[in-house]
Design a protein around this ligand. Structure first.
Ligand SMILES: [Zn+2]
Length: 231
């Protein structure tokens, strides 16, 4: 796989990145999607969200240069880059399996239909994370779940409402990872509203199939509707 802008990296980092790509290419499950990737692009300006180390854009895996800075010294950084890339590739795979739902998401997003768009986000992030969280370290998952439980939830506030629907898919998939020690993580969430709603969404997700049919997401839409408006 070609690395664009690799002149920005020293020899050691270039090697490390190549090693990482070799590992990812070995994953049988995503072989066909890897063929669609045009290459890796090192970017100088960080356009990604602060918790994200790598993403896929226009067929290229993009990694901001500042995220590569300490991959030699800090193994957590390389783990994060790896799991982010794998997560994005699983998104590509899911897009092939559920083309209609992805198309609907794009349309809803463009039309500012936030209720439909967030409903789909919950479903696709849940399915994607079920696959990709295997490549996250135990520590990453624990830290994420702890940060959710410790967050200052206040459902009179819009931020908490958006945060709930935005994170529901990630929370449930990670809580279901077999390495999580607290098997009752969701039932033990401190905030009552969060606990109740996440549990409801989990029960719905556990009972729906991987099927390219938005109608089966309507029970999730009913929950999203309580927290998000299209106005
Ligand atoms: Zn995702």
């Amino acid at each position: 796989m070609q690395i664009i802008n690799d002149n920005l990296l020293d020899k050691e980092r270039k090697e490390k990145l190549k090693e990482l790509i070799e590992e990812i290419i070995q994953i049988k499950d995503i072989e066909e999607c890897i063929q669609d990737i045009k290459g890796i692009k090192i970017i100088e300006e960080n356009i990604l969200h602060k918790d994200i180390s790598a993403s896929i854009k226009d067929g290229y895996i993009i990694i901001p240069i500042n995220k590569i800075g300490n991959i030699i010294e800090n193994s957590e950084e390389i783990d994060l880059i790896k799991s982010n890339i794998i997560h994005e590739i699983y998104h590509m795979k899911l897009k092939r399996i559920l083309p209609k739902i992805h198309k609907k998401h794009k349309e809803a997003y463009n039309n500012e239909d936030f209720i439909t768009s967030f409903t789909i986000v919950i479903y696709i992030e849940y399915l994607t994370h079920l696959e990709s969280s295997k490549y996250e370290t135990e520590k990453m998952i624990d830290q994420y779940l702890k940060s959710i439980n410790d967050y200052n939830w206040d459902f009179s506030d819009d931020t908490s409402k958006i945060y709930l629907v935005k994170h529901a898919g990630y929370i449930i998939a990670r809580a279901e990872d077999e390495r999580v020690k607290n098997k009752n993580y969701i039932l033990n969430l401190k905030n009552e509203i969060l606990r109740k709603e996440i549990k409801k969404i989990q029960d719905i997700l556990d009972n729906i199939k991987i099927e390219d049919n938005y109608n089966q997401l309507l029970p999730i839409e009913n929950i999203v509707r309580k927290y998000i408006t299209n106005e």
